[in-house]
Design a protein around this ligand. Sequence first.
Ligand code: HEM
Ligand SMILES: *[C@@H]1O[C@H](CO)[C@@H](O)[C@H](O)[C@H]1NC(C)=O
Ligand SMILES: *[C@@H]1O[C@H](CO)[C@@H](O)[C@H](O)[C@H]1NC(C)=O
Ligand SMILES: *[C@@H]1O[C@H](CO)[C@@H](O)[C@H](O)[C@H]1NC(C)=O
Ligand SMILES: *[C@@H]1O[C@H](CO)[C@@H](O)[C@H](O)[C@H]1NC(C)=O
Ligand SMILES: *[C@@H]1O[C@H](CO)[C@@H](O)[C@H](O)[C@H]1NC(C)=O
Ligand SMILES: CC(=O)N[C@H]1CO[C@H](CO)[C@@H](O)[C@@H]1O
Length: 352
Amino acid sequence: MKFLAPCLVALFLTISFISVSSSSSYGISAPITEGLSASFYHSSCPKVTTIIRHHLKKIFEDDIGQAAGLLRLHFHDCFVQGCDASVLLDGSHSGPSEKDAPPNLSLRAEAFKIIDSLREHVHKECGRVVSCADIVALAARDSVFLSGGPDYEIPLGRKDGLNFATRNATLANLPPPTSNASALLTSLATKNFDATDVVALSGGHTIGISHCTSFTPRLYPTQDPTMEETFANDLKQTCPESNSTSTTVLDIRTPNLFDNKYYVNLVNRQGLFTSDQDLYTDSRTSDIVTSFASDEKLFFEKFVLAMQKMGQLSVLTGGQGEIRANCSVRNSDNKSYVSSVVEDDDESKAEL
Ligand code: HEM
Ligand SMILES: *[C@@H]1O[C@H](CO)[C@@H](O)[C@H](O)[C@H]1NC(C)=O
Ligand SMILES: *[C@@H]1O[C@H](CO)[C@@H](O)[C@H](O)[C@H]1NC(C)=O
Ligand SMILES: *[C@@H]1O[C@H](CO)[C@@H](O)[C@H](O)[C@H]1NC(C)=O
Ligand SMILES: *[C@@H]1O[C@H](CO)[C@@H](O)[C@H](O)[C@H]1NC(C)=O
Ligand SMILES: *[C@@H]1O[C@H](CO)[C@@H](O)[C@H](O)[C@H]1NC(C)=O
Ligand SMILES: CC(=O)N[C@H]1CO[C@H](CO)[C@@H](O)[C@@H]1O
């Protein structure tokens, strides 16, 4: 008996440790839009989150890089016309879509295929009840977690949009990597993001890759003085010309791990884009960068909050929009009796 007691104590400690670490997942701290809820599919598709996580885990075992592609896809979807899966629509006869604007040319083609294959699995299990927009949001959430980042809940119940996003709306809503912090703060303030949100969201660049053209303006013709020398020389090797077609990692310390090393890079002047590095230069954001660099928990907490906000930008709910049978095609374009109803004029009136 005297021997058993310490064992029980040890067992208890082990159990409580496990439950503490598994409850280190984050609930929803952002205000929840009317019509959305974390339990939206509890009766109509209780397995949706399990199915998506299961398939992504298998995909990432082969290629963890796909996680970055899926995270970025959600960002592009939400920033342009809201999280309505408009980013997934093929341009087709109705003219160029969000997919065809310059910022999207570098979205990974596989990301689109992964989303529709997830949709196929989910619809096979539950029928056509889960939207593509929710699948994109869940895939981004799981990409963060399966790359080593925080696990967090997100509100669900988004509907898929009926309107194409225009090329112009895409350009106007996705800041270029040449933006300075002022431009980023101004641009994101229009979507109700504050300085902490901006710095936290930029932490998405802790995973993934970039093409040379996104950062060679910092190398040629003149080198950006805020860039650390060795880092700059290595980038010049990778991209000997301003139009080189190679790619490099966004986070030189831990390229595939979702952690706070992105901020450690910035403090060491090893941020890849102007939009990254200037967050450490600008006095409105530099302290936030420093605090995230030294406190990963703080970064995770603020990142989760900002993602929960981003994931609800101009969402369609209830009777708005639809649930697509194929994520790249509107249902009305998937019926022989409809063909030319789509008007580009309608698209340009899309709410920004
Ligand atoms: C705030 C302004 C932002 C700018 C200017 C920006 C810019 C860029 C650029 C230029 C690339 C590389 C594209 C290429 O050349 O291949 C990129 C990649 C990426 N971005 Fe951002 N981004 C921003 C915000 C975000 C946000 C909010 C997230 C997610 C939370 C995010 C996640 C990513 C990821 C994961 C990649 C790597 C994609 C891949 O490996 O396929 N970015 N971003
Ligand atoms: C798109 O932007 C270009 C350049 O700013 C402008 O000339 C054009 O009129 C815009 N198109 C629409 C449909 O708003
Ligand atoms: C930031 O960029 C904007 C637009 O390109 C420019 O007008 C502004 O002067 C820049 N601000 C700083 C502090 O460099
Ligand atoms: C880059 O531009 C130079 C000069 O304009 C050209 O000679 C070269 O072929 C281009 N390289 C690529 C990869 O497009
Ligand atoms: C979805 O639509 C695209 C574009 O029309 C098509 O290539 C793809 O095969 C469709 N997917 C399924 C599962 O039918
Ligand atoms: C059309 O809808 C069916 C389900 O009704 C779906 O299986 C198919 O992938 C869709 N095809 C296209 C091209 O959207
Ligand atoms: C016009 C164009 O090239 N659009 C591309 C947008 O991005 C996706 C994914 O890379 C491509 O499949 C499209 O062709």
